[in-house]
Design a protein around this ligand. Structure first.
Ligand code: NAP
Length: 269
């Protein structure tokens, strides 16, 4: 039996164990998925090697801290964060499947990311993954963040690595950017704790596709406002699902049973 694990703090209420175990059950993979709250990400990777763990998912606050313990893929290096460790190699490979999570969530909704003008609100880990994902095929990606210097640093890091033209700006002028955009991603945590949105409803329009990375609640105020404006909406559970699907496929070498994993995930949300 293979053992996969999630490290983070807290991980008690994580949806990854049931989602991945639904995948193992549907495909007949003999594996379990467990969670740990280690004190150090590098110690956790060393322990995982000793214990013969087949793969690790990594979440807050360890996504950056784990980098020195792995050989990062080009994608993970670009984003500056690892959420999936594969122990099939030595040293273990550190990937970032949040990038695939964003791309595949849009693809699944039938939204083409080719040559789009995109706006990403937020410049933390999710903002970096979303910018890397959209930057692969968009014409432009504008990153707006409450702390402007963080958006500027993100753009400086990712601009040389992606074909799209990247720019950074404050949240205060995001309305004008959204007016010209085809795609919007909320990669802030706004909407999670309270019924709030990081962008004014009046900025949203019918030619927009909106992904909210927040998945608790599933229907955020941003997505309600976007639907009311006639925009296409993609909830954060799709991103969560597809980052898990990409990890499953990397680890097992099989196509993931997307429907089974999605049903289990949504039943728990
Ligand atoms: P993070 O690194 O802590 O970044 C948080 C971001 O939110 C920063 O850009 C921060 O701006 C912004 N922010 C926080 N409070 C704000 C406020 N009141 N007004 C405006 N901006 C605010 O977090 P993260 O890991 O990127 O996660 C961000 C969100 O994405 C979380 O809700 C997380 O659950 C979600 N997420 C979802 C998935 C998925 O699979 N669906 C994957 C990863 C993350 P400053 O820089 O100014 O502080």
């Amino acid at each position: 039996m293979d053992v996969y694990a999630l490290i983070g703090r807290p991980v008690e209420h994580s949806l990854s164990p049931p989602m991945h175990e639904a995948g193992y059950e549907a495909t007949g993979v003999d594996a379990r998925y467990v969670t740990f709250e280690p004190s150090s990400a590098t110690d956790a990777v060393a322990a995982a090697v000793d214990l013969g763990v087949a793969g690790l998912n990594v979440t807050v606050p360890f996504k950056e801290e784990v980098l020195p313990a792995v050989e990062p893929t080009e994608r993970a290096r670009r984003v500056g964060a690892v959420n999936t460790v594969d122990f099939a190699t030595s040293p273990p490979t550190g990937d970032n499947t949040d990038v695939a999570g964003v791309r595949r969530a849009f693809e699944h909704a039938g939204v083409s990311l080719s040559d789009v003008r995109a706006v990403v609100v937020g410049a933390g880990g999710a903002g970096r993954a979303a910018t890397a994902a959209l930057g692969e095929s968009a014409a432009s990606v504008h990153v707006a963040n409450r702390t402007l210097s963080r958006a500027e640093a993100l753009v400086a890091d990712l601009d040389p690595a992606v074909p799209a033209t990247l720019s950074a700006g404050p949240l205060s002028d995001v309305d004008d950017r959204i007016a010209e955009a085809d795609v919007l991603v909320n990669a802030t945590s706004v909407g999670m704790e309270a019924d709030e949105t990081p962008v004014p409803a009046a900025a949203l329009h019918a030619d927009l596709a909106v992904l909210d990375a927040v998945y608790t609640p599933l229907e955020t105020r941003l997505l309600r406002d976007a639907a009311a404006a006639g925009a296409e909406t993609v909830d954060g559970a799709w991103m969560l699902l597809f980052q898990g699907v990409a990890a499953f496929e990397r680890w097992t070498g099989r196509d993931a049973p997307v429907d089974a994993m999605n049903e289990t995930l949504r039943a728990r949300l």
